[in-house]
Design a protein. Structure first.
Length: 161
């Protein structure tokens, strides 16, 4: 197999970079679950977007735990499944707090909340979608900020090698 890594990157750094890439791929699958659930609960069930985001978080964490355990950090984990699961949930809860906090700040101070029907009725074209779903940008911003915390906690605690 051809080695495409630059010589100045050590094998340990390569492993961490590979894990980060896998963690982000898993995270994208979780983000789609999270954001899809947020939309469904907000649009179909009438939940506040922040409550919908909590529902999405729960489903995404379950998905992400199993994918990270058996793919991202496979074969390297020294922690028991019980410890890994509990610590992953705790790390993820802190990450959710960070994520929802950023979402709340974005909704409150950047105006990225769901528009009211009058705003939507007055808009046309793309603006209709932007006004209706702009809370998803706030959700995405929160997820991005929490990712570094989640990766570091997962690597150093939940799936410690």
């Amino acid at each position: 197999m051809v080695n495409l890594w630059p010589s100045f990157i050590s094998p340990k750094q390569r492993e961490t970079i590979t894990q980060l890439i896998r963690f982000c791929i898993v995270g994208f699958s979780g983000m789609f679950i999270d954001m899809g659930t947020t939309v469904l609960t907000t649009e179909l069930l009438g939940f506040d977007p922040r409550l919908g985001a909590v529902c999405g978080f729960v489903l995404a964490v379950i998905n992400n735990y199993f994918l990270n355990r058996f793919w991202t950090f496979k074969g390297k984990v020294k922690t028991s499944q019980k410890f890994a699961f509990v610590s992953f949930i705790l790390i993820s809860l802190i990450g959710m707090t960070i994520s929802i906090g950023v979402m709340h700040l974005s909704i409150t101070y950047l105006g990225l909340n769901k528009a009211n029907p009058a705003e939507i009725a007055a808009a046309s074209g793309f603006m209709v979608y932007w006004l209706k779903y702009r809370y998803l940008l706030a959700r995405f911003m929160g997820i991005v900020v929490a990712t570094l915390w989640n990766f570091t906690g997962s690597k150093k605690i939940a799936f410690k090698s």
